[in-house]
Ligand binder design. Structure first.
Ligand code: F6P
Length: 375
């Protein structure tokens, strides 16, 4: 008789709505449909290192479909760079040891880009690993969508809707910052859906004078307010130039020393970039002579009840994950392709990022309806 399969599961990286729906999708299919066992590890990869577990059974999986966050907790800890007692250690071997000690057949990792890289590393260390794509940024490669994005899109769009009326009443520019350091999907999507007048994303560096001119044009036409939707990582053309050079240096690094140097440079540039939204609002106020205000949406975008489409996506990817475990398909991410869920080798996902192509239909549509993209 075949032995009962044992699944370990964890959530890593920033939390997002739909994580619990995915845990439930994996767990209910594994327990109820295939008769497998499943155990959760708390707070990302740290839980498997520190032996902090949560047994997942029918009662723990009940009632979590609509709950935000993750019942397992999460962290940004990486297996190969984990701070223990104030010092950074490579804990990969401890994870391998504990995986064997718990008699696991597979480790399911729910996460974004960083988690896909960590999972590939663990696969390289000999573990059976499967991942699911989660992030409000929607930038995981090789999948149509990641859960968390649809809910965040609703939240950010609702915020822009609300900002419209107050911007209109006060004849102000309201600059609203939306999450996304590298990818502009959320800002672009919410900006289009909310009818923002200006949308600024990391993939399209902006010229502040062009934005000011677009706002002044609106004023001349009799509309004395504007909504500017700006991604956290959107940059002016001047700021984007050194950033691009440092990124290329990191990509082309021939050894660890060069890579480390490029990373330090990028970190310094990122530090300098913080507060950019406030500076942008001030620049626009000076250039247009319209009063400006800033609203930073921040973590509100990651919180609360997942939307129906995120629940649906997370449930079907989670359930498909258990199907793949049953078929002994490992070393893959469960990607969404149209209505289907498909396994994609982790090598094709890890270290890649799905950015907004400059000629994407969303970009084209935004331009056609007269939205300024700052370029
Ligand atoms: O990757 C998701 C995300 O919410 C980004 O949009 C944001 O830049 C980042 O996480 C914030 O990370 P943290 O939770 O570590 O502050």
């Amino acid at each position: 008789m075949a032995q009962t399969k044992r699944i370990g599961i964890l959530t890593a990286g920033g939390d997002s709505p739909g994580l619990n729906a995915a845990i439930r999708g994996v767990g209910k299919t594994a327990l109820g449909f295939y008769g497998m066992e499943i155990v959760g590890f708390r707070d990302g990869f740290r839980g498997i290192v520190e032996d902090r577990r949560l047994k997942l059974d029918r009662s723990t999986l009940a009632g979590i479909l609509t709950v935000g966050g993750t019942i397992l907790g999460t962290s940004r800890d990486k297996p190969h760079r984990m701070t223990i007692d104030g010092r950074v250690h490579d804990m990969t071997n401890v994870i391998v040891k504990n995986y064997k000690r718990y008699g696991l057949d597979v480790l399911v990792c729910l996460g974004g880009g960083g988690t896909q890289k960590s999972a590939l590393r663990l696969a390289g260390a000999g573990l059976n690993v499967i991942t699911l794509p989660k992030t409000i940024d929607n930038d995981v490669a090789m999948t149509d969508a990641s859960f968390g994005f649809a809910t965040a899109l609703d939240i950010a769009t609702d915020a822009i809707d609300r900002l419209h009326s107050t911007a209109h009443s006060h004849h102000r520019i309201i600059v609203t910052e939306i999450m996304g350091h590298r990818a502009g999907w959320l800002t672009l999507g919410a900006g289009i859906a909310g009818g923002a007048d200006v949308i600024l994303i990391p993939e399209i560096p902006y010229d502040v004078h062009k934005i000011a001119e677009a706002i002044r044009r609106r004023s001349r036409a009799g509309t004395n307010f504007s909504i500017v939707a700006v991604a956290e990582g959107a940059m002016s053309k001047e700021d984007a130039r050194p950033y691009g050079i440092a990124e290329a240096r990191k990509e082309k690094a021939r050894n660890q020393k060069e890579k480390h140097g490029a990373k330090l440079e990028l970190a310094a540039l990122e530090a300098r970039h913080s507060g950019n939204t406030l500076r942008l609002a001030k620049q626009l106020e000076e250039l247009t002579r319209l009063e400006s205000r800033v609203t930073i949406l921040g973590y509100v975008q990651r919180g609360g009840i997942p939307s129906p489409s995120d629940r649906l996506l997370a449930t079907r990817l989670g359930s498909a994950c258990s199907d793949l475990i049953h078929e002994n398909v490992f070393g893959v991410m469960v990607a969404s392709r149209g209505d289907r869920a498909e396994p994609v080798p982790l090598e094709k996902v890890a270290g890649k990022r799905k950015l907004v192509p400059p000629d994407h239909p969303w970009v084209e549509a935004a331009r056609r309806v007269g939205t300024c993209l700052g370029d």
